[in-house]
Design a protein around this ligand. Sequence first.
Ligand code: AHM
Ligand code: MG
Length: 335
Amino acid sequence: MAKKISLTRYLVEQQRIAGHIPPELRLLLEVVARACKSISHAVNKGALGEAMGSAGSENVQGEIQKKLDIIANEVLIEANEWGGHLAAMASEEMDSIHLVPNRYPQGEYLLLFDPLDGSSNIDVNVSIGTIFSVLKKPDGAEGVEEKDFLQPGSKQVAAGYCVYGPQATLVLTVGDGVAMFTLDREQGSFVLTEENLQIPEDTQEFAINMSNMRHWDTPVKRYIDECLQGKDGPRGKDFNMRWVASMVADVHRILTRGGVFLYPWDKREPEKAGKLRLMYEANPMSWLIEQAGGAATNGRQRILDIQPGKLHERVSVILGSKNEVERATSYHGKP
Ligand code: AHM
Ligand code: MG
């Protein structure tokens, strides 16, 4: 039987053999994975634990927080605060950045996360997840401020997510392809189950919230309308549709079998660039998708090239199989 490779061993080899990651980054990723394990336990307990229902509060985006949003946020902060690898953290659930307290050593990394993505699916027992992105503090910066986080996604040094579904699966890139780890609950560790994931360039499956159709812009309407016409339309092939409404689960499907995911700007809230957040949702997912041979744009520009103006900035997202993303992007015209 082939030897099982744990996440720890994979990361040690990335550090030692491939020279891709310094020891502090390895430690950081192990700690994030440990936090994901404990979030996964809280998710699994469901109504038997403290995890279900609303917390009765709102986050900075004006969204009602669920109990599990808050639990997952706390788990990630507590796990990462004391290790000495981080300078600060930022989260969908916190208005401003969280500095590592003075009583702990300060590291050079910045960690951003959406602690519990797909919150609307918690209470209905559908897949949810944690998304994370790691940046380096700019060279020579004294202390750390919010502006130190405002780096384009192309500067990420690690990115990933953990999806809590029928299995808990951690998907990771440090810039050397995408690796997938499945949580072995008996051993209590993540085990490498796939390496060098590749997304097919073509697909016949799209993911979009169709109920927003009347609010979309013309290029998105055109793209989806052509998919819906199937064999009889300009695409000459039938398309299938899937929408989990947890970005982690939709992206996981695309990394596994291809597809295209869209959460475009729409007329419901025209002043916002989109629903999804750039720095801790779109950037890490876009890097994973690109590392697996796919593409990710906001319709006009590669997502990883966007210079963020603020921490909780939103963005329009088209990502997945390369040829479909390029087609949908080309309908938007020049930037
Ligand atoms: P969340 O981070 O508050 O859970 O919101 C993000 C989620 C994404 O996971 C998902 O793609 C989208 O919101 C679903 O939106 P909709 O409710 O329009 O289907
Ligand atoms: Mg989210």
